[in-house]
Structures are given as C-alpha cells and as structure tokens.
Design a protein around this ligand. Structure first.
Ligand code: HGY
Ligand code: MN
Ligand code: MN
Length: 424
C-alpha cells in the first residue's frame, strides 16, 4: 500500500478494531440463541439503550471529539476541519434495536463512522470540512412510533413537542420522560440549526439480494415508502361453545382475515409490494372466549408511491368489508407514513465509483428497510452503502455479516467521506 499519509486513496480502516467495537457494543442487551446466535435487545430509551449510548459516547470522548446531545436524544460527535465555517460531512445511523435484533443493524453505521474518524486521526489526515458521526434516537420505531423518529425531528419533519409526547407501545411511557430518565434529554436545540454538507450511511442490506448475486457493495438509490397502521378491532366476547357461528362478532376472526387479506393484496400486486402484520394482541386471549378486541399493526411498503396508495386503498376496503360482514368496529390510527425517497445522484455515483476503485463488486439498489438516511436526504446530499446480510436475515438474532464485508463497506465509507470532506 502506498504511504497513505501522502496518498489517502490508499488509506484503509482497521477492520479488526471495528469488529471488536461491534462485539463490545453487541454485549449490551445481548440475546443468545439456541444455535449459538448472538443478537441484541436494546429497545429505544430502555436501560440497555442507555448503556449502549454511554459506551459509544465514551468512545467518542476517547477520540477527542466534540459531542452534542440534542433535545430528542440525538448524539453528534465532530472532528474539526481546517475550515471552521464549513458544514460537516456526517456519517450516521442508529444503535437502538428491535427486541430480537442483531449486532449489525444500525450499529455498523455508527461504529464504522468512529472507525473512519480514528483512521483519519491515526494517519494525521486533515480535512477542510469537519467530519461528524451521529446516532439518532429511536430509528427502529419498535417501542415509539414512527420509526426514524430522532432523525425526523433532527431535519424538522416532526415537532419536538409531538415527539416528546409519543407513548411507548410496551408500557405507555412518555418518550420525553424516558429520555430524561436515561439522561439523554440534551441541551442542543432540535431541529438542527444547520444541515450537514453531505450525509452517508453504511448499513447491512437486511435482505437477500447482495448475497444471492455475490456482490459486496450496494450503492443505494433510495428508500421505499412506508405505511404503518394500528387497528383496534372491537367485537363481542361470548362463550366459545354456546354461541352459534351466525351470532358471532369475532374480533379474532376479523384480525385473521385482514392478515390473510393483505398477503393476498401483496401477492396480486407483485413487484416490490410487501405487507406484514407484526403485532396482534387478543383480549381476553382465553381458550374458551370469543375475542372481544384485537390490537394489531399493518406494515405496507412499496418503492412506488402510487402503488403504495393502491395497496392502502385495498387494505381499507378489506377492513370496511370485514367490519360490515362480522358486525365489528375497526378503529384505525396511522403510526408512520413516509413516501419513497430518491437519494442524490452524485452521491450514488460516488459510492459506486469508490467501491469499484477499491476493487469491490457493486450494484445499485433501493432499500426495503427504512433508514435515518431517508430523513437526512431532505436536507443534504445523501446516499447509503450496503453490505451483504447472510441468508438475507435481519430483525432476527441470527443476523450476520462477514468481517471481510464489514471492512469493505467501511473502506468505501472512509473514501467517500474523504472525497466529500476535501482532504486538506
Ligand atoms: O422499519 C424499518 O424499516 C426500520 O428498521 N426502522
Ligand atoms: Mn437499521
Ligand atoms: Mn432495523
């Protein structure tokens, strides 16, 4: 390798150092599986999220970075550039996880950002723009909806007060109270006073495409649209044995029909349409009682806004029909609604040409999952770098990405950041 102090195009990260940070963070909220899987459970603003935050903020301080915490708990750590007036190149992602999460979803993007900065420090590389690494609050939206909540507030897409008043789905806690309880209700105003110069996020693909095609790096073109709805189905509890089928108002049956119905909608639409019932809670949830109420969620996604609206319309027609046929009521509450996002063409080109220059196979692709990048794209040139997920698995404790792919993705991130930050 040429001397990277002179020729930074030869600069590479220390993949071992990055891997050991991933392992260390993965121990916080660790979940062990029966076959040796090692996942993570760090739901937003829980004690384990706090512990994960404390560990990463400690690393940020160890690197001598200027660390800010804003009013919704977003943390941004900045390495100074030579031009104090220049906006930072921001690297970011999240460190909260779903309850059955992995060690890479989100964590990789934040820790690779730390690795990029440590590499610049190690080789004494100065940049004109500052370089910052951020983790955003509650990207998953598993406990507090919507998802990408912290980055949405950061870019001015959701009022801070509305975010602080969101209630947790598990215990009803108020987001602002949980933020204060874990010590991350920060003093920095939110939304952010100024936009980054550019934003780039390294993330595992969380799907099967890269692995199926044997490609190392995904140059991400955008993020598909997301529609989350909570349904409260109210029927009539009655005796399972004495109530004739014609007299039933069975909320559980309607829930099952809606679940099967959205699968049929997705199958008929084809393309990128997906549909999921992730939560479904019966009450009173007893073997011999016809369910009185069901609380459930429906997640619909499509890369095309018009098709996403079509799937939503079919879903609501299904709900209306089932309510009428079974004589139940269905209360609907939107939990999240984001249109598809296209990333900046020049940033996509930069990711793709950088990956190729480093000798990695690459392909362009949209993201099926939501990411903080889709919010930062509202305020600055943005793209993402994907690396393969083994068996396409994520939101599963068996989530895994090979160390070589981790290092490849972080090297691409380093070189993209160097290009945007303008080595000085
Ligand atoms: O739901 C998502 O796509 C992301 O994991 N928040
Ligand atoms: Mn993620
Ligand atoms: Mn996720």
């Amino acid at each position: 390798m040429n001397n990277p102090r002179e020729d930074t195009s030869a600069l590479r990260v220390d993949g071992g150092r990055l891997w050991s940070r991933l392992e260390a963070l993965g121990e916080i909220g660790a979940v062990a599986g029966p076959n040796g899987e090692r996942g993570c459970a760090r739901l937003a603003l829980t004690d384990s999220d706090r512990d994960g935050r404390d560990l990463v903020v400690g690393w940020m301080h160890d690197l001598g970075l200027a660390v800010t915490i804003d009013a919704v708990g977003n943390v941004v750590a900045t390495r100074q550039g030579s031009d104090a007036t220049a906006a930072p190149v921001m690297i970011g992602s999240h460190i909260d996880t779903v309850r059955t999460g992995g060690r890479f979803d989100g964590n990789l993007g934040v820790l690779a950002g730390l690795e990029v900065i440590e590499t610049l420090e190690q080789y004494g590389i100065a940049t004109r723009h500052p370089v910052s690494v951020a983790f955003f609050t509650d990207e998953e939206g598993a406990r507090f909806q919507p998802d990408m909540l912290g980055s949405l507030v950061y870019v001015g897409g959701m009022a801070l007060e509305d975010a602080l008043d969101v209630r947790a789905t598990d215990d009803g806690a108020r987001l602002g109270d949980e933020l204060a309880r874990i010590g991350y209700a920060g003093p920095t105003p939110c939304p952010a006073a100024a936009a980054p110069h550019a934003y780039v996020e390294l993330h595992i693909e969380q799907g099967p495409v890269l692995e199926d095609e044997g490609v190392t790096v995904g140059a991400v073109t955008g993020v598909q649209g997301i529609s989350w709805t909570e349904l409260t189905i109210r029927g009539q509890s009655a005796h399972a044995g004495t109530t004739p089928m014609r007299l039933r108002h069975d909320a559980g049956y309607v829930a099952a029909a809606i679940n099967a119905g959205i699968r049929a909608i997705a199958r008929e639409m084809g393309g990128t349409q997906v549909a999921t019932v992730g939560r479904c809670e019966f009450s009173p949830n007893l073997v011999n009682v016809i369910p009185a109420t069901v609380l459930m969620t429906v997640d619909l996604r499509n890369t095309d806004e018009a098709l996403l609206q079509k799937s939503e319309s079919s879903f609501h027609t299904l709900c209306d029909r089932m309510a009428s046929e079974e004589g139940v009521t269905i209360e609907r509450r939107s939990l999240a609604r984001f249109e598809p996002v296209e990333f900046d063409p020049a940033m996509i080109d930069l990711v793709e040409t950088t990956a190729r220059r480093l000798g990695h196979s690459t392909r362009r692709m949209p993201s099926g999952a939501g990411h903080d990048a889709q919010m930062l794209a509202r305020v600055c040139p943005t793209s993402m770098i994907f690396v393969p997920s083994v068996d396409g698995l994520s939101h599963n404790i068996a989530e895994y990405t090979h160390p070589a792919d981790i290092t490849a993705g972080a090297d691409v991130l380093l070189q993209v950041v160097l290009a945007k930050a303008e080595q000085h």
